[in-house]
Design a protein around this ligand. Structure first.
Ligand code: GAZ
Length: 263
């Protein structure tokens, strides 16, 4: 094998990070992306490569070695394609970028925790938790990059890490009627999010695709799991999401059938 290969799940936010980085570097065509169907058990040949772990993305280097974890793979790609650096080179600026990057875990967990919640009584607390996350991002950006829109001059490392989640959290607008309040507390983070999701290197997914494929997450079933009464996951490749109807927005009182979802 002469090229690196990424094993990925379409629409997976962690996988999209790699796609964005390579696109920023103008190297997207030099890495093979092989699609894995998350609604089926992982193939044996893949489990052999990963020694049993199932999370994706996984990168296989040109000489057949395996690298796991999206942030680790991002750094590897940054290092093997050093032209057009995406990460900051100045140590202090890199540290600032890393501090923001480290905020991704809580942001992701809060957002997915709310998306997957099935208890209406917890909604308000989850909304508050999410707003706190946005407020923390806002505060960080005001300290380090008050003018904006990005953390530094251009869409860079932190934007590569966060943008897939900004696009997945369209799900909270659709399934939880969440909107970032229009006041000053969130003005700087809103500016960041808008610039991130509009960037040409980050157009791998659309709102419609995310909303249709992630219906099962909104109903509490992650990673291609099957909900009771259903025969197909909303993550199935067929039928193509473009031909399916928009899913019902009321996730608390209604469970859509395969038929209603166009599956
Ligand atoms: N830390 C890893 C990375 O590469 O950065 C995470 C990779 C990962 O979670 N990949 C997922 C996967 O392959 C697809 S995207 N899952 C299948 C498997 O067999 O592990 C993850 C969550 C979650 C909600 C959503 C996702 C998600 O918790 O988007 O927990 C890890 C999965 C509520």
């Amino acid at each position: 094998m002469s090229r690196p290969t990424v094993y990925h799940i379409p629409v997976c936010p962690f996988c999209q990070r790699l796609d964005i980085l390579l696109t920023l570097k103008g190297r997207r065509d030099e890495v093979d992306f092989k699609t894995i169907d998350i609604t089926r058990p992982r193939p044996d040949w893949l489990l052999k490569k990963t020694r049993g772990t199932t999370a994706l993305p996984v990168l296989e280097t040109a000489d057949g070695r395996i690298i796991k974890e999206s942030l680790v793979i991002l750094q590897y790609l940054e290092d093997i394609y050093p032209e057009r650096p995406v990460a900051q080179r100045d140590p202090y600026r890199r540290a600032v970028e890393d501090m923001l990057t480290r905020m991704d875990g809580d942001f992701f967990s809060l957002g997915y925790g709310w998306l997957m919640n099935q208890d209406p009584a917890r909604r308000e607390a989850l909304r508050e938790g999410m707003l706190k996350q946005y407020a923390q991002l806002d505060d960080f950006l005001l300290e380090h990059a008050p003018a904006g829109p990005f953390l530094f001059e251009e869409f860079g490392w932190a934007e590569t890490v966060f943008t897939p989640f900004f696009q997945r959290f369209w799900l909270l607008e659709y399934y939880e009627s969440f909107e970032l309040p229009g006041d000053d507390r969130y003005a700087r983070v809103r500016q960041w999010i808008e610039a991130c999701v509009a960037h040409p290197a980050a157009q791998q997914v659309t709102r419609e695709e995310v909303v249709k494929l992630y219906y099962d997450y909104a109903k509490g079933a992650g990673n291609g799991a099957l909900l009771p009464g259903r025969r197909q996951s909303s993550f199935a490749f067929e039928p193509d999401w473009r031909g399916r109807p928009w899913p019902p927005q009321d996730k608390y009182r209604h469970s859509a059938t395969d038929l209603e979802l166009g599956l």
